[in-house]
Ligand binder design. Structure first.
Ligand code: SF4
Length: 356
């Protein structure tokens, strides 16, 4: 992995973004922002899953008004996502959001962009310039076609407006639904600016497809040292976005926390219901806050099972209807298939408690 590219740092509420700070996970609610209680419930679920910055759509005055009630109770700093109407941005800032996401190109001209910049500056609120490959300016499309160059040119054009007014609390995203185009756009942009970059593949799709696309796109960029905050876009419950984002960061070695579960793919030798076992372990430990990374291996048989289980902090090596339980390389018991997961969880929880 290449060294992280050091960008300028901004702060979204209390969360530093860029400037060498750890890569930040963010997500976006799919509740109606005007529905205060549903929005807060989802923000709490996102926060519990490990999300660090929340984003809310603010499509109308009702949503902007609701922010006054949401912001004081939100567990996360909030970004208001605004299109078309600059007054919604002004209201959102007045109601205490920690950041704005706008596309200056559709906010209604430079005077309106300036009004938003002035309000943001007064409250120390950073702004994300969010360029989307699907909504590029006509002249850029005519000159470059629907390319990474066009996306980057659009971002630079918008950034120039902010620079003209001396506002540098900016981060930029240049997303496309094509992985190759997204990667090319961020590579190009990161050569040209030192603003922090919000990285993601937009409209990536459903859980399976979207996770693969995001892991490739975000993973390739992070591996090149590009990206200060990430959002995995998935159709459906945004909590899944946070889970996938955490896995991407863990697999790249950018997060060393929580529980890493190793499980075999199963094959004709498997003599237990391994899928059920792994699901139970994942559900129980997925959100556990360990003081250091813990590896747990759940293996199907005696071929690779004992080896993997021994190397992990905790492990199960299954046989026919029963399995061996390992703790730090030692066998500590033999349990029936129905009992072994509970025994594993008991050991892990006891060790964690003893350390507290
Ligand atoms: S560990 Fe055993 S059951 Fe699992 S895939 Fe390997 S050989 Fe098959």
């Amino acid at each position: 992995m290449k060294e992280r590219k050091i960008t300028r740092q901004i702060r979204v509420g209390s969360v530093p973004v860029g400037g060498g700070a750890p890569v930040v996970i963010q997500s976006m609610n799919n509740t109606k922002t005007a529905d205060v209680e549903a929005t807060l419930a989802q923000l709490n679920a996102l926060s519990s899953a490990g999300c660090q910055i929340g984003r809310l759509a603010v499509p109308d005055a009702e949503a902007a008004e609701a922010l006054a009630k949401i912001v004081p109770r939100s567990p996360l700093p909030l970004v208001a996502d605004i299109h078309f109407d600059y007054r919604l941005a002004l209201k959102s800032v007045a109601n205490g959001v920690s950041a704005l996401r706008i596309n200056p190109g559709n906010i209604g001209g430079e005077a309106k962009v300036k009004a938003v910049i002035d309000a943001a500056r007064e409250r120390n609120v950073p702004i994300r310039i969010g360029i989307n490959g699907g909504s590029l300016e006509k002249d850029l499309l005519a000159r470059y076609g629907p390319t990474a160059e066009a996306i980057v040119e659009s971002a630079l054009r918008e950034a120039a407006i902010f620079e003209k007014y001396g506002f540098d609390q900016v981060k930029i995203s240049v997303k496309s639904s094509s992985v190759a185009k997204t990667v090319a756009a961020y590579e190009l942009l990161s050569e040209k600016v030192d603003y922090p970059l919000h990285v993601g593949v937009t409209e990536a799709g459903t859980l399976l497809k979207g996770s693969v696309k995001s892991a490739i796109g975000i993973g390739l960029l992070l591996n090149e040292g590009i990206g200060d905050t990430i959002r995995v876009s998935l159709t459906g419950d945004p909590v899944n976005e946070v889970i996938v984002a955490k896995e991407i960061l863990k697999d790249l070695g950018l997060r060393k926390e929580g529980v890493e579960i190793v499980s075999c793919p199963t094959c004709g030798r498997t003599k237990v219901d391994l899928e059920k076992m792994v699901a139970a372990v994942e559900t129980a430990l997925g959100n556990m806050k360990a003081d250091r990374p813990i590896t747990v291996a759940v293996m199907g048989c005696e071929v690779n099972g004992p080896g993997e289980a021994k190397e992990a902090d905790y492990g199960i090596a299954n046989g026919r209807g029963q399995g061996l339980l390992f703790r730090r390389g030692e066998v500590i018991g033999k349990y029936k298939e129905e009992e072994i997961v509970a025994a594993l969880l008991r050991e892990i929880r006891r060790d964690q408690k003893e350390k507290q």
